[in-house]
Design a protein around this ligand. Structure first.
Ligand SMILES: C[S@@+](CC[C@H](N)C(=O)[O-])C[C@H]1O[C@@H](n2cnc3c(N)ncnc32)[C@H](O)[C@@H]1O
Length: 266
């Protein structure tokens, strides 16, 4: 269940830039904001600082950062493969709905793969996550580090361009998909919170507190099959019974990985 408890929000300085960013967050729907002067220890606190935006709760900390997407894109640009792209088979000009945005890593890689003519719509049920990623993508160009390495610089630039193609909408994907016309997008992708997680090894552990954990339902999958022209893809824990329950065929690969991808060809 998504937490509806208040989120304290504060800026570290009084600059007009940070105040503008604070106002933008206050206008985002669905968050139960409380203006705060200092970060109270046991509460969820969104801090807007000159170095970025981060959400904390006691010792837990969450921030949007494209570092994983950079690593994946560097690998792709050096001729490597990416299991998400192998599963989705995205190509330039395609349209993708990422029905579970999370921290936006897959959406960024998808947006790179579909290129300038393509489009990505990303849905996220958690209002705070949707707002943080939206803010992070908007301020992405400011976060690019100075790289001496040209290949790395090109990767950052390519990802910044890709980030501009992502449209984020906050809402429950089942409801959202039901308004989308039949056969109108190429690929619909689901990467829900896993039914069972390996606590220690789970790299998205910080997401847990602020994300939605409900299992995927058949209605969302049939809506996805209705609107997709080519395929619906599911990422889940290896050997998850979710693939069978929801009618996905598991793709081979990732022998040493803890996740699998499943596909429904439509
Ligand atoms: C595992 S994360 C996705 C990670 C993402 N693929 C990435 O690359 O960062 C799953 C996300 O889906 C969201 N979610 C779960 N159920 C949802 C639903 N019914 N509608 C929209 N978003 C949902 C969760 O809140 C969570 O942020």
């Amino acid at each position: 269940m998504l937490s509806e408890s208040p989120i304290h929000i504060r800026t570290t300085h009084l600059d007009s830039k940070l105040q503008k960013r604070l106002l933008w967050f206050l206008q985002q729907p669905g968050c139960n904001w409380v203006l705060s002067r200092c970060g109270e220890e046991e509460l969820s606190v969104l801090t807007i600082s000159r170095r970025g935006v981060y959400l904390t709760n006691g010792t837990e900390r969450l921030a949007f950062h494209p570092s994983m997407a950079i690593i994946r894109l560097m690998n792709l640009l050096q001729g490597g493969s990416d299991r998400f792209l192998d599963a989705t088979q995205l190509k330039p000009g395609d349209s993708l709905i990422d029905a579970t945005l999370g921290l936006g890593t897959d959406a960024l890689i998808g947006a790179w793969a579909v290129g300038e003519q393509g489009e990505v719509l990303a849905l996220e049920k958690s209002p705070i996550l949707a707002a943080m990623v939206q803010d992070g993508l908007y301020h992405f160009p400011e976060t690019i580090p100075r790289c001496n390495n040209q290949a790395k610089q090109d990767t950052w630039n390519a990802l910044v361009q890709a980030s501009k193609r992502i449209k984020i909408r906050c809402g429950e994907h089942g409801a959202y998909l039901s308004y989308i016309p039949t056969n109108s997008v190429d690929v619909v992708y689901f990467d829900p919170m896993f039914r069972k997680t390996h606590k220690k090894s789970d790299s998205i552990q910080p997401l847990h507190k602020w994300s939605d954990h409900c299992p995927l339902n058949h209605t969302s999958i049939s809506e996805a099959c209705r609107i997709a022209r080519r395929r619906v893809v599911l990422k889940e824990r290896k050997n998850s019974s979710e693939f069978q329950r929801l009618g996905f065929e598991i793709l081979y690969g990732g022998q040493y990985s803890s996740v699998d991808y499943g596909v429904i060809l439509v």
